[in-house]
Design a protein around this ligand. Sequence first.
Ligand code: FMN
Length: 398
Amino acid sequence: MNSPSTGPASQHEPEVRSAIAATRTSKLFEPVQLGSLAVKNRIVMPAMTRTLSPLGIPGTDSAAYYARRAKGGVGLIIAEGTWIPHDAAANEDDAPRMYGPQALKGWAEVVRQVHAEDTPIFSQLWHVGQMKQHMVEGLYAERPADYVPPRRVGPSGLFGGISQPLTHDGTAATQADLDSIVESYAKAAINAQQTGFDGVELHAAHGYLLDQFFWPGTNKRTDSYGGPMRNRIRLATEAVAEIRRATGPDLPISLRLSQWKVQDFKAKLFESPGDLEQFVAPLVDAGVTVFHCSQRRFWETEFGSDRNLAAWVQNISGRPAISVGSVAQTGEHIDTLMGQASGVSGIDRLLTMMDRGDFAMIAVGRGLLVDPEWPEKVREGRLDQLRVWNPDVLKSLI
Ligand SMILES: Cc1cc2nc3c(=O)[nH]c(=O)nc-3n(C[C@H](O)[C@H](O)[C@H](O)COP(=O)(O)O)c2cc1C
């Protein structure tokens, strides 16, 4: 590394210095405990849908892809969103399933290769509810003309956001639907546990099924699943409790939540710490081990304070929280997926927040897609060697 007095400074010089400081002082590379699971450092690969598992079956390319990130030093992998065994769960054929012998065989190989690198891996359990298809152009295959979408269910048959008008697509879930959805979450969790996964994450963020129940805009029910917060989180709470009952006391259960939705970046699920308290307390009682608080930019703060969503959730819940959002990239992830360029960003702000104990772990999404060695390079202070975002990495499981 060049010092300012001995040669031309690299464009990442200040970041390189802070990364070296990080290896000595920051919490990034300290071990952390998630319930019964010891994790070697605080860097998470978050779930990232790739739709590269033909007909829902992860192949050997998936196993190698995840193993590369494990080898690169990430502390915990949360594998991409994976369909639970419910007829209305999926909206993409080539995103992976957590059921059926072939898919589970594929996952077993993923787990085997990741564990060979001494790294734990969770499965993210996913039901899209009324989200018909992904809203990110170009990332997903064109539908054939004769495509018949699966039935869509949600809280009230409504879909949309504040900045996008609500539409009447799909149907309101019956009690039988809700019971079978809860059962499907538990089946998927058992399948994940029996396949060797170290934990599961419920995808309850970004405007998908569980978030459609959380949000009063799309949940107009008048039964015990609608109305006050305790009712709107009932489906998620029942799913967590059933997973806990089915998998036993120790399997770490993460719940991913967000203020924002893919269909509405401005939506706010929580207007106050009180709202958050009503949300997290029943979920902790049901068995959540860790909360994964999804933000588009991790440094954006909540409720007029200098703390972000993960800091608030960790403080209120007493459970470890994972933060995320543009750690390694200067651009935000949806913009990047829509084709905007993104540069390598520094980590000073992150280290400040981690050093003061705001959240237990930090997830790095696109940084790990483009650079599987992101953790090792940061640990060794080689930030000048971090790879710049390249959209081509989305085309295959490299
Ligand atoms: C290609 C891609 C696919 C994604 N798929 C999922 C997903 O399946 N589940 C999920 O919770 N988040 C998903 N996300 C969001 C990421 O987990 C993460 O929150 C986001 O990329 C922000 O982190 P970053 O700025 O470090 O990339 C996806 C992001 C990308 C880039």
